[in-house]
Write a protein that binds this ligand. Structure first.
Ligand code: NAD
Ligand code: UD1
Length: 362
């Protein structure tokens, strides 16, 4: 059945991939995004790739009145809430901005949902709520101990969702704790497009591969892991997008929480080596000191989502990095490459450089 789904933050990295999957499933997609960390190009690409019309509203979720107007214009049946600020370091430097944007946006959204009798919500939480985990792989009932303001906004929003669901049993809420999303749509037409210097490993490695940056700084090779570098549970963004569809399909009264990860870890050295293989480019690196707040290993126990959502992330690390490279090699400067006259700081891409995986089958 066709439903109208509001996707907040739908122009962003994970939201745009999810919007495509929703539209391909036949849903009507309404995107609300203030483009604070994304490009209008991404919205155009969603429509193009899904061969569907997508409604886009350039609205800041902090503006409750403008958000109310969007609800007034569409018969929304459910919401996927991606919008928010997500840079850990920035959240430490500007905590008030993070609390204001992430919390007020969510409170406004929940108020508008309630006022318009929309009770179905899927929310982007993060593995960051676990902080430095006591147990690996991490189950959903592990201790929640975020170590920075960004992570605390995620935990506070989770608590708000649990409270509203406890107060009114019409709510059906799914909190999804993502591990480390990487990869891109196999077309290479959309992908992650970080502003400035990437904080996360894979976008940084891709920018080195494409010649935009000289070398990767490896944050320590003395961790308690097999090769001494940090281990993370990387998940393909298309698998993650499919996890949202599964969560929508399996919503139940109340508020439930799911880890979305693969359950398999990869080290920094494995990421570098695999990127060299899929790109055919050397990735120079130097080992420097540990990054503040880092942990040795983060690994999901995704068995609850596998079981209850009938969902599994099965794209391999090779496919994740081949798809990241396909996007990066076609767009060395991200979406700016598609804007005539936009400044570029990268050499022309190697036409043999792309290494796309087959189209998603799910
Ligand atoms: P992103 O920055 O690409 O997407 C977020 C989108 O929200 C952007 O398009 C941005 O313009 C928009 N936005 C921000 N503030 C807004 C506001 N006030 N009003 C309207 N739109 C606003 O990030 P992403 O990687 O796609 O992440 C999506 C969600 O998933 C975020 O909530 C993030 O915290 C969460 N998450 C991301 C990761 C990750 O590694 N990418 C991991 C765990 C959780
Ligand atoms: C970061 C965030 C976390 C967020 C997650 C997914 C921090 C402190 N944490 O975590 O809140 O949920 O992204 O978005 O920012 N690395 C390097 N060199 C680099 C970059 C990273 O060696 O230039 C290493 C890190 O030490 C880590 C691994 O690569 O071992 C992955 O790092 P990153 O991509 O930043 O993800 P997280 O550390 O999981």
């Amino acid at each position: 059945m066709q439903e109208t789904i509001l996707v907040t933050g739908g122009a962003g990295y994970i939201g745009s991939h999810t919007a495509i999957a929703l539209a391909e499933r036949g849903h009507r997609v309404v995107i609300v995004d203030n483009l604070a960390n994304s490009s209008r190009r991404a919205v155009e690409r969603i429509g193009e790739l899904a061969r569907a019309e997508v409604d886009f509203h350039e609205v800041d979720l902090v503006d409750n009145e403008a958000l109310g107007e969007v609800f007034g214009q569409h018969a929304i049946s459910s919401v996927i809430h991606f919008a928010g600020l997500k840079a850990v370091g920035e959240s430490v430097a500007e905590p008030l901005g993070y609390y204001r944007t992430n919390l007020i946006s969510t409170i406004n959204l929940l108020e508008q949902m309630e006022a318009n009798h929309v009770w179905d919500l899927v929310f982007s939480s993060s593995a960051t709520v676990y902080g430095d985990p006591d147990l690996l792989p991490i189950p959903e009932d592990a201790k929640l101990q975020p170590t920075n303001p960004y992570g605390r906004t995620k935990l506070m929003i989770e608590d708000i969702c649990r409270d509203v669901a406890a107060a009114d049993d019409r709510w059906r809420i799914s909190l999804l704790r993502y591990f480390n999303p990487v990869g891109a749509h196999p077309s290479g037409r959309i992908g992650e497009d970080p502003r400035g210097i990437p904080n996360n490993l894979v976008p940084y490695v891709m920018q080195v591969a494409v010649g935009r940056r000289d070398q990767v700084q490896v944050y320590g090779d003395d961790w308690n892991t097999a090769d001494g570098t940090g281990v993370r549970d990387y998940i393909h963004v298309v698998d993650l997008a499919m996890g949202h569809l599964a969560a929508l399909d399996h919503l139940e009264p109340g508020c439930d929480v799911f880890n979305l990860g693969t359950g398999t870890g990869a080290s920094v050295f494995e990421i570098i080596k695999t990127t060299e293989n899929v790109s055919g480019r050397p990735i120079p690196f130097e080992v420097i000191g540990r990054r503040d707040g880092d942990i040795a290993t983060s690994l999901a126990d995704p068995s609850k989502a596998n079981r209850n959502l009938e969902w599994r992330a099965d794209r391999s690390l090779d496919v994740m990095l081949a798809d990241s490279w396909n996007w990066q090699s076609k767009h060395p400067n991200g979406f700016a490459d598609d804007d005539p006259g936009a400044p570029t700081d990268a050499p022309a891409p190697d036409p043999d450089g792309g290494g796309a995986s087959p189209m998603p089958t799910s």
